[in-house]
Write a protein that binds this ligand. Structure first.
Ligand code: PMP
Length: 447
């Protein structure tokens, strides 16, 4: 199967798939659909009613436990006691909008900005990754006076009207507007002879920028998820983004690094994935792991860009940067530091990839293993026909669920297992997962 699947269509429960759903679960699903509509996405052929979670493990309403190999939101671990404590204490004390002074927010802003290169010294608080990217697009257009945006073919950047326009993987039918140009994902296997990935990616940006220029839009920004998650997880070789950033600057545009997925140490070697490439973006957007589940996000940029934004528009966000968000965000930073989670992501990410390589030796369907730290992808290709093996990935995901492992898919055709556990992932967790994956794959394919 080589049809493109919208990102929310991957591993999605279809309601006519009711054959083996027990009555209690079926009635719960119906209740949800009555209020939220059938488009309210549930994972798995057999959806799960979740009741609790701690660390890397989750528990459903039947008491079954699952190793969470998917979730980069509760990044320092589900229901981390220090994060919960910080949230509770601040909520007991004060929670209000940001039109007052409270030092917890200044402390947090300074601590977070410390993790960025010096030039990126300003911050705006938001509540979701979509909101952050929406503001980043507005900033880019304001500072450049241009309209065009360049993104990758299967990018996802969020769900506001403006951000959906630059999220091809979120579309079922909608066409991209003429001022949005897509470029191929940075897949090292598609290179012409003698061309490096950095050169190919930069050239693709140049062609897109030329076409935006000749259409009269110009290039306001190159916007990429720095781990290219929805495109199928492309992390290497380190440094390949640098040429593309130079090109967008030559065309008068800015570079926006979407760190909503790989940020906060997930890739192990650095706090931010863009740092692996030795570049300094003009604008960085943050989200998901920032509050370990508390909805908070931010836009980080240079003072000159923030000044232009402030000249052009008022900005106020009722919930963004509230005292509870600040207290939670600070506790997340402290846990990352105190528990050595970057080192853990590097060490156990490597251990995981080594284990995956061992499985791949016996499984001819695995055509690539890639990633950095605890953000990894395993690609499945039909050994006979050569195309993406999406059905194998879908079956593997559902079998792993039955074996107590939660995992998702990525890529244009959904043929990449996306492995993205909380950062407190241990070697024992890795052994558990590798054992289950090895067994499931053995049961599904002749080795
Ligand atoms: N950017 C990327 C790369 C994402 O993956 C997502 C969400 N999946 C977003 C932005 C949007 O974040 P949110 O869902 O918090 O609006």
């Amino acid at each position: 199967m080589t049809t493109k699947t919208p990102i929310l269509g991957l591993n999605r429960f279809e309601f006519n798939d009711t054959q083996s759903i027990d009555t209690q679960l079926a009635s719960h699903i119906r209740r949800r659909h009555r209020t939220q509509g059938e488009n309210s996405v549930l994972f798995y052929k057999q959806p799960i009613e979740m009741v609790s979670a701690r660390g890397t493990w989750m528990t459903d309403s039947y008491g079954n436990r699952y190793l969470d190999m998917y979730n980069n939101v509760p990044s320092v671990g589900h229901s981390h006691p220090r994060v919960v404590e910080a949230m509770t204490q601040q909520a007991l004390l004060l929670n209000t909008n940001t039109r007052y002074l409270f030092s917890v927010l200044e402390n947090y802003s300074e601590a977070l900005l410390e993790t960025f290169p010096d030039d990126l010294s300003n911050i705006i608080f938001t509540c979701t990754g979509s909101e952050s990217n929406d503001i980043a697009l507005r900033m880019a257009r304001m500072v450049t006076g241009k309209q065009g945006i360049i993104v990758t073919e299967n990018a996802y950047h969020g769900n506001t009207s403006a951000v959906m326009e630059v999220s091809p993987s979120g579309h079922k039918r909608q066409q991209l507007p003429p001022y949005v140009k897509t470029i191929a994902a940075p897949d090292p296997r598609t290179l012409p002879m003698g061309i490096s990935l950095a050169e190919k990616f930069a050239e693709d940006v140049r062609q897109a920028a030329l076409s935006l220029e000749s259409a009269g839009y110009g290039s306001a920004a190159l916007l990429v998820d720095t781990i290219f998650s929805s495109d199928g997880v492309f992390a290497d070789p380190v440094g390949f983004l640098a040429g593309a950033v130079e090109v967008i600057h030559q065309f008068g545009g800015v570079f926006i690094a979407d760190e909503v997925q790989p940020g906060f140490g997930r890739t192990g070697s650095h706090y931010w994935c863009f740092q692996r490439h030795g570049i300094v973006p003009d604008i960085v957007t943050l989200g998901k792991p920032m509050g370990n589940g508390y909805p908070m996000s931010a836009v980080i940029t240079r003072p000159d860009i923030l000044a232009t934004f402030n000249d052009e528009t008022e900005y106020f966000n009722t919930f963004g940067g509230n005292p509870v968000a600040a207290a939670v965000g600070m506790s997340v930073l402290n846990v990352i530091k105190d528990e050595g989670l970057l080192e853990n992501a590097s060490r156990n990410g490597l251990y995981l990839r080594e284990g995956l390589s061992c499985i791949a030796r016996d499984c001819t369907s695995i055509s690539a293993i890639r990633g950095a730290g605890l953000f990894n992808g395993v690609e499945f290709t039909c050994p006979e026909a050569g195309g993406p093996d999406t059905p194998l990935v879908q079956t593997t995901i559902n079998r792993l669920r039955d074996e107590g492992v939660l995992i998702g898919a990525a890529g244009t055709f959904g043929n990449i297992l996306k492995i993205r556990s909380p950062l407190c992932f241990s070697q024992e967790d890795a052994d558990f997962f590798l054992d289950k994956l090895g067994r499931v794959l053995k049961g599904l394919r002749p080795t």
